[in-house]
Design a binder for this molecule. Structure first.
Ligand code: FUL
Length: 471
């Protein structure tokens, strides 16, 4: 065991971060005047008159999300164009000036209520960059405006699980420059919604660094504190309204954020788990021209299994159309995704197996791996950084997925593991992986086996595994 690893495992999630990670999969709703102008970035001059989603049904959004297996929704309450989906007291540039429900509508209310009814968590996106408000770029005056809007959103709509601060800004070198008072915004959130996570330009949830749905092969939640620097996050965020940004990959220099080598010289470490965000269509907003470009089930499954199954959460955007409804093409695909998840992960074969691990400490045995909770878990003694978990079935079973979860209350520890299947009288390696963290989904070729072995090959200080699923 490396002595320096002790320092690394001291970093653990805050309660709000753990709860957020346990949501695993949730949706993004991009909806504003852009939906009616057919644009991705509005410039703030749009008349509220154009905003009239005649059949808007937030329950349909919530039900569609739930059917897909999502556990929450985040709404663009205000995107870069500055138009507010709730009747903010601080501006007329909102639904209150639109024909929608004759100016009496409040889409934040409708969706937060619908989420509660469907048992989904509800979160808010409030764009710091605002192309409509005259005070943008003035400093304090805009901060007052922004903090006031945050207050409205965080006091009027029940419990909020996430406040999503986008790093995007397209002002360019000659444009307006607003120095955001992030600390002030964070204080407002902590005061009014202490359980909410602040995502992207914030300290709780890390943007994965691309919009194409990619996860790093080794996604670490323990990273240098400087990773949460809002200036740097904004620098790598979107700066121009170009479709190419949405397919850009993670930058090579950002690939390794948390290996021992990277953390060695770092004084301050933080728990900063990744979130993968992408859209079900090429754009973030609805465009009729993209009706035929809804991501395939295979693509969505692949992104899901690499993100939710790669120590990240998955934020999938599902944009409503001009009627205010999720388009049938998207709904069908989301239903298929939900079906896939229910069918694939519905029956855990580990429940039916004999399970053993010689290296486990007393009271922390492998039986604890059957239940998906952090209460009981498998643990090896300090300094024992490898172990073997053996599963045996009376009769051969068909296996396609193995799921591992660490006990995050003990930090993220596993660095390397492999999965072996018993075929032709011997164990053969069928999967090699690096980190586990909250959850690793190992995608296997379909196997018919009666014995399976998970070998943890290297971990920080000791192994602390919470769950093992076989599907
Ligand atoms: C980007 C924004 O510019 C896009 O419009 C979208 O909201 C995406 C989630 O973040 O940075």
């Amino acid at each position: 065991m490396r002595e320096s690893d002790r320092r690394l495992i001291k970093v653990v999630p805050a309660a709000r971060q753990l709860k957020h990670q346990q949501l695993e999969f949730y949706g993004f709703i991009h909806f504003t005047v852009n939906t009616f102008t057919d644009r991705e970035w509005g410039d703030g001059t749009e008349s509220p008159e154009i905003f009239c989603p005649e059949k808007l049904d937030a329950r349909q959004w919530a039900r569609t999300a739930k059917d897909a297996g999502m556990r929450g929704l985040i709404l663009t309450c205000k995107h870069h164009d500055g138009f507010c989906l709730w009747p903010s007291a601080y501006t007329r540039h909102s639904v209150a000036s639109s024909p929608y429900k004759e100016g009496k509508g409040d889409i934040v209310r409708e969706l937060s209520d619908a989420c509660r009814e469907e048992g989904l968590a509800f979160g808010v996106y409030l764009s710091p960059w605002d192309r409509n408000h005259p005070a943008y770029g003035s400093g304090r005056e805009y901060d007052d405006y922004f903090a006031g809007q945050l207050e409205e959103l965080l006091t009027g709509y029940g419990e909020i699980f996430a406040v999503w601060f986008d790093g995007a800004c397209g002002e360019g070198p000659g444009g307006k420059r607003q120095i955001y008072d992030w600390e002030r915004y964070y204080q407002v959130i902590r005061r009014l919604q202490p359980k909410a996570c602040i995502s992207v330009c914030g300290p709780d949830v890390r943007w994965c660094g691309n919009e194409a749905g990619r996860t790093r092969p080794s996604e670490w939640s323990v990273v240098p504190a400087r990773t949460a620097d809002t200036e740097k996050i904004a620098e790598s965020s979107q700066q121009t309204d170009e479709a190419a940004f949405r397919t850009r990959q993670i930058r090579a220099q950002d690939m390794d954020l948390g290996s021992r080598e990277v953390l060695e010289g770092e004084e301050d470490l933080i728990w900063y788990p990744a979130e993968v965000n992408t859209s079900i269509r090429p754009g973030w907003f609805y465009h009729a021209s993209e009706d035929g470009q809804v991501k395939s089930l295979e693509e969505l499954v692949c992104i899901y299994e690499h993100s939710v199954g790669g120590n990240a959460t998955f934020l999938l955007n599902i944009p409503p159309d001009r009627n205010g409804l999720i388009h049938p093409n998207d709904r069908e695909r989301l239903h298929q995704l939900g079906e896939y998840l229910r069918n694939t992960y519905g029956r855990n074969l580990a429940q039916e197996a004999r399970i053993a691990c010689e290296e486990a400490m007393e009271g922390y045995g492998p039986e604890n791996l059957r239940a998906d909770t952090l209460e009981g878990f498998l643990c090896t003694a300090e300094g024992v950084t490898s172990c073997e978990i053996l599963l045996e079935w009376e009769e051969a079973v068909a296996v396609q997925r193995v799921v591992l979860k660490e006990n995050l209350l003990c930090s993220q520890r596993i660095e390397e593991f492999e999965i072996q299947a018993w075929t032709d009288g011997a164990f053969h390696t069928v999967y090699r992986g690096t980190v586990v963290g909250y959850q690793r989904i190992a995608v296997l070729e379909k196997l018919h086996i009666s014995k399976l072995r998970v070998r943890i090959l290297d971990a920080r200080v000791a192994v602390a595994l919470a769950f093992l699923g076989v599907y």
